[in-house]
Design a binder for this molecule. Sequence first.
Ligand code: C5P
Length: 259
Amino acid sequence: MSESTPLVTGVIVVAAGSGQRLGYGMPKAAVPLGGEPILMHALRGIVASGVASQVCVVLPAGDEGLRRLCGSFRDELADGGPLLTLVDGGATRADSVRAGMAALMDGTEAVLVHDAARALTPESVFHRVTEALAAGAAAVIPVLPVVDTIKTVAATSGGDSVFAPEVVTGTARREELRAVQTPQGFTLDTLVQAHRSAEGLDRRESAAVTDDAMLVEMLGTPVYAVRGSTQSLKITTPLDLIFAEGLLEGPLGARWVEG
Ligand code: C5P
């Protein structure tokens, strides 16, 4: 792969999740972080990175509050900034991605799919992903090494109540494992083909598809990995929110930016 001109890129921001695990009784994208909804941090980060010709935000269907918020953000965008498009999400993350794909403008060459929940993703990660696409990769994901030892388990019946009802079935080799983040980048054709192939999956198989790259892997297309960032954590639990608040306002504050 060699360096070349950036592709016309649309960023699909999936923000249609319920955020039940965060326990705020509102969609996760609307939960305040440092005084502003999580979604606003994500949008500002994307626009600041300069990679997007279009930002397509996938919102919980019928959520007027987040729609209004995005409307005000659109007014803030300078002339020459990306086109901001709003669409309603679906029942699963993959449905939400497909809703975003349907709203991409003509001429789009590459797509980044980004979780709104990764609100503090540094610009450098967006750049690494888009540079790999420009250099010829069809699919790119940001990853981090795994610090824990990861085991596979299976459910077991009965046994001693002291233990969880699971038995270990294996231990993956840690040096071969990576924790996968977003934005995940694809050429438009690759993402369209990957989601088309997912139409044939049954419900159980669909539930096991937890990211877009997995669908590309099923096509047999190589997926390249670039360095992610610990700052790009997916805000999922109350503890993640405390950590993210700490990144914004704690002793390290805005001075700390991990590349
Ligand atoms: O649920 P999970 O943490 O995997 O969600 C990852 C991202 O996908 C979140 O940003 C969430 O808002 C989004 N999502 C979505 N539509 C769904 C489910 C999740 O846009 N139906």
